[in-house]
Design a protein around this ligand. Structure first.
Ligand code: SF4
Length: 369
């Protein structure tokens, strides 16, 4: 235990915390005759839990299940194919987050398109896409808008910037996702038994603590809003087990200094100004109503789906099981391709490509666990 925790940001705190988690989990097992099972909703949590060693350290006593919170991973195959087809058009510059470049489409990746001469640019600051449009007035500049509530505000910032500067050759291909509809889907499906959720700190800054109350009211399940460092993760898990052992159901906020009850109201105003709920297709699940945000009609000028026609066929079928990984039905290692045909050098599915992907997290940090 000490070896793993030495790598943490605060080993003096983390060691007793880890011991307390294991002790509390044994109490749970004694009471209920099974291990507690929690889902980390967010891909960044999955990566942090694997990288810090927390997942390996407590796996004998706590079942931590990776959830649907990696935006690249949950984007369905047809959407990925459409984005790659979009990049094939003439006179276009596609701007994207780096994770998207190597996500396998049915026939190729965005990286393949770039190598073949298409102008595809990875931006570290998405707002730079507006600058790219300003500098290239004779080209159409399209940003691939993938992300959850943490990223969507940045997209609205980009629209505002383009609007203010009167830029006409900039648009966004929206494929955004929202947390509440997917959690409701998972709970309604009853496919996976859970005793609680580790809820992502960054999304919660935007949507606020109160926005999770439906978990308690409609599903009688707890959640703890948690940060990404070792001590945050252990403390969040401890609180979830403690609630379950004591027969309590609640939303607890481990990040009260930055996550308010109602979230960031300024961001809510931006979102309401430009965007409206829409159905979105999720990998391995299909379409979920009102599970994403798209442009309001008055902002069609920035809506790449309205400005460009892209036709794609049915996606090529593979043996990738990302759809089941995302839903928490299997762990990455249960995919027969894991670490063999599928690895970071030769990814078969998005969960092995993304910096928030469960398969990548298990490959890099938990292959031996
Ligand atoms: Fe898909 Fe590869 Fe993960 Fe299997 S290991 S689910 S093929 S990404």
């Amino acid at each position: 235990m000490l070896e793993i925790l030495k790598q943490s940001n605060n080993p003096e705190i983390c060691k007793p915390l880890a011991e307390a988690v294991i002790q509390k989990a044994k109490e749970f097992q004694h009471k209920f005759g099974r291990k507690p099972a929690f889902m980390e909703v967010c891909g960044s949590h999955t990566m942090s839990l694997a990288r810090t060693g927390v997942k390996s350290l407590i796996m004998e006593d706590v079942n931590l299940i990776s959830g649907p919170g990696c935006p690249v991973c949950v984007t369905d195959q047809k959407s990925i194919d459409a984005m790659i087809a979009l990049a094939e058009g003439e006179n276009r510059i596609i701007c994207t987050f780096g994770d998207m470049m190597r996500v396998p489409g049915s026939n190729k990746t965005l990286l393949d398109s770039k190598i073949s001469g298409k102008d595809i640019r990875v931006l570290y600051s998405p707002v730079d896409a507006v600058k790219v449009a300003e500098e290239n007035p004779d080209k159409e500049v399209i940003f691939l808008g993938i992300g959850f509530e943490t990223t969507i505000p940045i997209l609205t910032l980009m629209i505002g910037e383009a609007e203010n500067r009167g830029i006409k050759n900039f648009s966004i291909w929206m494929a955004t996702k929202l947390v509440e509809p997917i959690l409701r889907y998972l709970l309604d499906s009853g496919e996976v038994h859970l005793d609680g959720f580790l809820l992502p700190g960054h999304v919660s800054i935007v949507i606020g603590e109160d926005s999770y109350q439906y978990l308690v009211d409609d599903y009688h399940i707890s959640g703890v809003i948690t940060g990404f460092e070792t001590a945050d993760l252990l403390s969040g898990i401890y609180k979830l087990i403690d609630l379950a052992v004591n027969g309590k159901v609640a939303i607890e906020n481990n990040l009260q200094s930055i996550v308010s009850k109602t979230g960031n109201q300024v961001i809510h105003q931006w979102l309401n100004k430009y965007l409206t709920p829409c159905e979105e297709a999720w990998r391995g699940i299909g379409v979920i109503p009102n599970s994403g945000l798209d442009f309001k009609s008055e902002y069609d000028q920035f809506n790449a789906k309205k400005r460009f026609t892209v036709k794609v066929g049915e996606p090529r079928k593979t043996k990738c099981r990302c759809g089941e990984v995302i839903r928490g039905l299997i762990s990455p290692k249960e995919c027969p391709l894991f670490g063999k045909a599928c690895n970071p050098m030769n990814p078969i599915g998005p969960c092995m490509v993304s910096a928030e992907g469960s398969c990548a997290a298990y490959y890099h940090y938990m292959r031996e666990s």
